[in-house]
Design a protein around this ligand. Structure first.
Ligand code: MG
Length: 286
């Protein structure tokens, strides 16, 4: 018992010592992160979201003549895809969808799609007891990457997608992409389950040919696909996010902060490379 008390005392002392320990600071002058008020319930739009559909109307969209009734948006088959009027680059997207009663099979059952930048499709499909090619299942990046798992719910149940997208950076010459400086990346969470993690997009998600990057703007519409199925949607919102995680490290010097003295001490600079002393030429023998 005595021993335990002594150990606890020792740990306590160490903990206290830790509070006064010197503290590494990286020297970067960060901007203060903005205050964002989260939604009241899981999936509800946070305060900085751009709400694209809140159950009322299609004002934020153009394209197909889809139906809005009882707070729900339903695909009106053969009227075409819908595209957000506002354009986005790197972003976070939340949407909820429901697949209709199963009447056909494969790609013909409960098919739609969330196209980031109107070009890159995260597949929406009824993958509940509905075999199809794996890179065309719900949760796939169409024809590029199957979902890690099949996380699809039954027809008639609401499902959620949360997608984090980083836009591509390419070098263009006229109407051609001549260099992919950074591919687009997609992370997708279907019904709370990760199905894609930072997948590097290979280009357009064509169904009939190999992917390739096409020239487009740095911001493009979010597009939802009309694939002839009466899919339902609700609660669609987007947040703009930073374009990259690159840290500008120029002109910063890490330092050690001592809370006791409130002083900063910089790490010693690297010693300058010593000049190579050129050996003296051997005296010429006379
Ligand atoms: Mg689709």
């Amino acid at each position: 018992m005595k021993r335990i008390v002594m150990l606890l005392f020792a740990f306590g002392f160490l903990g206290l010592g830790g509070a006064f320990a010197e503290d590494y600071r990286n020297g970067i002058q960060w901007e203060e992160p903005a205050l964002v008020k989260p939604g009241k319930t899981a999936g509800a739009a946070p305060s900085d979201a751009i709400v694209l559909f809140d159950g009322k109307n299609l004002d934020a969209w153009e394209g197909g003549a889809w139906d809005v009734k009882d707070g729900v948006l339903t695909v009106n088959p053969k009227t075409g895809d819908i595209r957000s009027k506002e354009k986005f680059g790197s972003c976070q997207v939340h949407l909820e969808f429901m697949t209709p009663p199963a009447e056909s099979k494969g790609q013909g059952r409960g098919n739609s799609g969330l196209f980031l930048m109107a070009h890159y499709e995260v597949q929406i499909l009824d993958s509940y007891n509905n075999p199809t090619y794996y890179d065309g299942m719900c949760g796939s990046i169409y024809k590029q990457s199957p979902p890690y798992v099949n996380a699809c719910k039954k027809p008639g149940e609401w499902q959620t997608y949360d997608v984090i997208f980083t836009r591509p950076v390419v070098r263009k010459e006229g109407d051609k992409v001549v260099e992919i400086i950074r591919p687009a990346y997609i992370t997708a969470i279907l019904n709370g389950i990760v199905v894609q993690n930072h997948f590097a997009i290979q280009g357009e998600t064509y169904w009939h040919k190999a992917p390739e990057y096409l020239v487009h703007e740095d911001k493009e519409s979010i597009r939802l696909q009309d694939h002839n199925n009466r899919m339902k949607f609700r609660n669609i919102w987007v947040r703009n996010i930073p374009d990259s995680n690159d840290i500008q490290r120029e002109k910063v010097l890490p330092f050690i902060f001592d809370p006791k003295t409130m002083k900063e001490s910089f790490e010693k600079e690297e010693p300058a490379v010593q000049k190579q002393s050129t050996p003296e030429a051997p005296a010429k023998q006379k």
